[in-house]
Each structure stands twice: as structure tokens, then as C-alpha cells.
Design a binder for this molecule. Sequence first.
Ligand code: ME8
Length: 700
Amino acid sequence: MDNPGKFYITTPIYYVNARPHIGHTYTTVVCDTIARRQRMMGIDTFFLTGTDEHGQKIERSAAAAGCSPKEFADKVSGEFRELWDRMKITYDDFIRTTEPRHMRGVQALFTRLQERGYIYKGSYSGQYCVFDELYVDAVGPGAPCPECGRPTETVHEENYFFKLSAMQEPLLAFYAEHPEFIRPETRRNEVIAFVRSGLRDLSVSRTSFKWGIPVPGDPKHVIYVWLDALANYMTALGYGSDDPRDQQKLARYWPADVHMIGKEIVRFHCVYWPAFLLAAELPLPRSIIAHGWLLFEESKMSKSRGNIVRSETILDTLGQDALRYFLLREIVFGQDGSFSFDALVGRFNADLANDLGNLSSRTLSMISRYFEGEIPYTSPAARTEADQAIEKLAAQTIADFHAQFEAFAFSRALETAWSLVSAVNKYIVENEPWAVAERGDKDSKARLATILRTSVEALRIVTALVHPVIPEATARIWSQLGLGDIQKMDLRQLAWGQIPSGTKLGKVEPVFPRADKSMIERMQQMEQQRSTEGEKKTESEPAAAGAEAGQRATEAVASGQPGAPPIPGAGMVGTSSSAPSPTPSQSHRVGEKITIDDFLKVELRVGQVKVAEKVKGADKLLRMEVDLGTETRQIVAGIAKAYEPEKLIGRKVVIVANLQPRKLRGLESNGMIVAASVGDGDLPVLAGFLEDVPVGAKLK
Ligand code: ME8
């Protein structure tokens, strides 16, 4: 396909089981920055983002939240879109995998693979990780997922299989011919080693749940969520549509130039996706770029770890440019990098408020004051070495910035731009335009004009270069420079000396008001409030936390550490105790410390589920008989939406053994099962052990 002068870039489509946080914002901002720059370079750019809405994980989250998967997906997908709109992300399309255009396209791809003989029916018996939506080969029942460590579930199903094994050699040949396909190099090496070690056929349908795209002609199967999701990159352009406009769009933009992803989804993008496309005889994307993780408090920021930071807190305080600049300047692209409010405010003050903000406000206000707001005429002959050095540095900055940006070295590119900002600030201090202005003679006036003209030229160049990174502030500086709409600027033409004499400045105003120290505290408080609001919401959601779901105690007991701070999202499902167990509003506030004696009052034991069955007329409850070593207890727990009873038999669980019994739907419940509560839907996930533990063992 020959389609020069176009550029197609995509973000992953984000799961709707968790609300957006700055990890998602990171990928989206990187893509938005690249897309904005490509457009400024005169390239016809298409930027796609969206949401991934099918699969068992979403179905369970929705069930736990007490709504339909579609209602659940509508809500969270809407939040992603609202956030991107608020941040003025310049996406050209937002695809949802529940849209008819996508579902039709996925079915067309499935049929195409079938027609080419790459899909056959078989049966899968093995482990599945619902969190990663990943088939886990070579581990036994109950084993943890090698990717995320969560317990896998045993699946016995009749499935459709994709002949991934047949793609091993074609994939290796493709990687060898296209060294730029997977970047960075370390990821490429990992992928090649993985494929070399042998590929097994991949199950590409499921029958044990419904929330997905039906297999054409065999609707009791739904298509594997990763085949569904990956296809979005083509269905958004119109793959599977007969409309000639869609076909034109697909021919224009496919293959993608960049699929930008986080490093944890490399295998799906670099092995499965190209394998599907090779088998379907469709063109492969040009490159897959895997970046590192945003860490918060030393571990990957993610909802399930409870260590997320929301973009909204930063947008409400410092604004989107501060967040964008931080993400691109502070995180070395490709590597993991830490987020902290201290570092965010530090960068904002040092680089934006001080360096760029000062350069802009002092240069523009002096032009206003000494030259009535007009760019002064200067004679090239009157220039000193210092003036020429700035011009030379600016030319070098343009070249280096472009080269570094194109190599995805965003942090270095910004460092380069800021070296010019610092050099000009130093030049201004050394040349003391304010003192030159005092002299008032004709030569001094000419010298003053040269100093300010040199400064304003450098300011213009930096502003244009960094516009894709900090679009709002640079658009304001550009209009203060009297140059109109920055989006119309052609970055390819950027060079020294292009600002015309006599250009009338716009209204000069400060662009970055400094943030004082109290801002850090304010942001931390806002984050805390946001997470407490989340907790309150959870407590009041009857479907998730009401009588049927059982009492919930999000306290230190669940963290397993005496006196340890509560782990957000850790809790208990199951019911016992005629006197309700303590809830945050009753005897103990979330976050309040307890003594070791308080903790020791709770008897936690390992039990093994012997019997599990649904409770008639209560769709959230399961009745279980749990062996505690010394006795077998009946426990009624609100976990039916997350666990099928048959799959629990034989499973080891953690029980609060000394709660007073209570009755639910006429059944006596004698204990409580410990579970994490995960996702906005508060999905219960049972606590378990990686090592084998004897039934009856006490936890302390
Ligand atoms: O994986 N640091 O969706 P997802 C950096 N639906 N990037 C992060 C991050 C962090 N802490 N947390 C999230 C899925 N991301 C699938 C994708 S694509 C066909 C299907 C970003 O909601 C990063 O881009 O789990 C990561 O790959 C993506 O969000 C995962 O989003």
C-alpha cells in the first residue's frame, strides 16, 4: 500500500474496569504530542484511541457493580472520553469495542482467518488469568499467573483455536526483515526469544460467559477478547465495512505507523497481532513502541494496587501543560519512572514558571515598555559575538530537538530546548537591557533593539518546538508574540530570523503563575478526598455492599499486618455475626490505627471449600461448606457474581472464624471469607496463597 505523507498512531484501547489514571494519561499524552508535531510537520495524521469493553473481567466487574456490562462500559468509557476532551487531546476517532462497526469488523477478520484455514475447533483444558485475559500454558490448577501473580482459573471448554504454531517461522522472518518493528531493542529481543522458544495454538473463543462478540455462525462462542481488542486498530478505519468511504480511509491510513503501548502488553501486540495479520494476509503495522511504567511509591501505578493518581487533581490545580511537560520531561521514555507531587511542582516551578515563564514575560514586557509593543528593526551589522552565539545555538537546537524527538527521546529533546532557554536568560542578564535602556542615546537604543530581538527570536523558536508538548501555554505565548494561531505554523520551515520587524505584540500576561509549597499538600488532600469518595460510594452501593454481598470491613484485619495501614480495596465477603461486624461508620474509622490486641481478637484460618452452591432467589449469594481442619462450617457469602460454585470446590480460602453466626435467607452463616474488592465495581477476589498451606492453619 503506497500512502506517502500520512501518519497513523494509536494508543491501546483502555479497559473499562478501572477509571482513568495518570498511567493511561501518560500513553495518551505521548501519542497526542507526537500527533500534534506530525501535523505541524505538514503530515496528514490520524490519531486513534478508545476503550476495550468486552471479556470476562468486564462482565464480572459489571455484575459486582449490579449493572449490565453495557451500562458499566458506557459509564467508564464516557469518563475516559471526558478526560481526553478536557485535556484537549487531539484524537481523530474514539473507538469502543461494543460499537457495531467494530463488532462487524472483528467478525469479518475471524471469518477471513477461518477461510484461510487458520482456525479450527478443539478443546482447551488449562489455566486462564482473567485479569490479563491470558491463557496460561504450562502451569497447573491453582497456580499463579506468571504475568501478574494472581491465581489462575481452570478452564475446560470447547474452543476455536488459531494456528499460532504455524506462524512461528513467518514471525521470526518478519522480525528479521523489519528491525524497526519492535522498539526498544530490549523488547524486541524478548519477543524474538519468546517466539523462538515455540508457539502453541491459541484458543480464540470462549463459551463459559456471554459478554463478547459472537463467533459468526456459532453464537454460543464469543471471540477471545484480545483478538477482539487488537482488531480495533483496523475496524476504526473501516475494516469490515462495505462503504467506499471506509474502504478509502482504510487504504489511506493502514498500516499503522505507531502502536504505542505499555511494556506489559508487548506479547499481544508483537506476537498475536502480527500473527493474525500475517495469517489474514493483511499488512502489518510499521512499529510497536513499548514504553515503561509510571510508578508511584515504588510500584506500578494501577487500580488494583490502590496507588493511583488521577489526572483531574493536576488539571484542577496546575493545569494540563504542567502534567504533559512533567510526563515527557521527567520520565525517560522507554524506562520506568516515578511520579510524585513534589517532583511535579518542582519541575513546574523550575522549568516552566522560572525558565520559560521568565524568558517570555521579561522579553515581551521590555519590548512593550521600550518599543511600544512592536518588534524593533535591527541591523545585522551591529551584532556582537554574544548575539551570534545565541543564533548559532538556536539553529543547533532546532536540529537536535527534531532528531531527538524522532528517536522518541522526549526528555532529551526538552533538555535541548531548555538549554537554549537558559542560555538566553543568561544572555539577558549579562547584556542588561534595562541598563542599556537607561542610557537613552541612539547607539544604546540600537543595542537594546538587538538584545531584545535576539531574545524574542529564541523565545519564538522554543515556543514553536515545544508547542506539541505544552500546547496551551505556547499558544498563549505565540499570540502575545503577535503571531496569531500557532497551529498554522509550519514546523519544517522553522529557522532563525523569521519574526518580521514591526510585528505588534498581543496583550502581555504571565503564562505560568508560580506554585507555592502548599500546592503539594492541596493536591495530596484532593487525591485523598477522591479516594475516600470512592470508598464512600462503594459503601453506599447496595448491589455491591448490601446485605447480600455481606458485611464489609475495609480495615487492618484484611491487610494481614498488625497495625498496618489498610490496603484500599481489601475487605471481606461472606457473612456472619448477628451483631454486624464493625463498619467504618460504626466503631472504627478507615485509616485509624488499631493495637496488636485488637488484631489478635480476630481469628483468621485457612479453610477448604467442600461444597458450594447457589442460594435460591439470591443471585449474589453462595452457600458453602468449608473444612477448617477441626470442623466443617456453613458460610454464606456474596460472591456468586464473581465465582461459579463448581470452580470453588477444593479451593483454599481465608476465613474469619470467630464471628458470631447470623442468618441470611434463612441460612445460618458461620464465618466470613476474606477477599479483596477490586475495580470500581467492587468485584470480590478471594484471598489465597502461592505456597501450599494446610487446612486449619492460623493466620497471624
Ligand atoms: O491492557 N504506567 O488496557 P489497560 C504507564 N485493554 N502506562 C500505563 C500505566 C502505568 N502505570 N497504567 C496503564 C489493556 N498504562 C488492554 C489493551 S489494546 C488492543 C488492549 C497504559 O486499561 C499503558 O499504555 O490495562 C498500558 O499498556 C495501558 O495503559 C493498559 O491499559
